[in-house]
Ligand binder design. Sequence first.
Ligand SMILES: [Zn+2]
Length: 187
Amino acid sequence: MSYDNVMEYKLVPTEIFPILRGCSGCGGMQVHTCKKNFRINANGNRLDVWLIYGCAKCGHTYNLPIYERIDKNRLPAAEYRKFLENDAAAVFRYGTDKTILRKSRVRIAWEQTDYELVRQAENRGDMAAEETKTFIKLKNPFGFPVREDKIASEILSVSRGKAKELLKKELLVVSIVKEDTFNGRDT
Ligand SMILES: [Zn+2]
């Protein structure tokens, strides 16, 4: 099948994932937002590194373990410096690392996470023409739970109803590629 319009976008978070966990301060299941700083504890040659979050309701602090009792010599000096300096890129990298979040059994508060659609390639024909066929490939390396009609409505600037109609008529195909490709590679 050939398409008049072919687009490729990548969906990326614009902020560190807010997380959902039971708060030991106020007792409820609460959203916690990242304070964008690390905490390091050294005990001899062993290091603990945490990323710090605060409960959105009561402010109670939660420390998300990044490294636990790691041998200091196993941690590259450059990485250690990033923890000391609260390097913004490192904060983002660890704060969006699903392996680390999963390990501590915290859930990502997807509803509170903003994202942006980054255009990778776009070949738009005459969008106003009748029966124009559109193919959207969406790379979703962070695994956002998104729906095809919502993404299409945002990319094409049409209502969700219109997007649903186009999908139903097969004038629009949205292919969501979910695999985790963000770890160290930007594909
Ligand atoms: Zn709380």
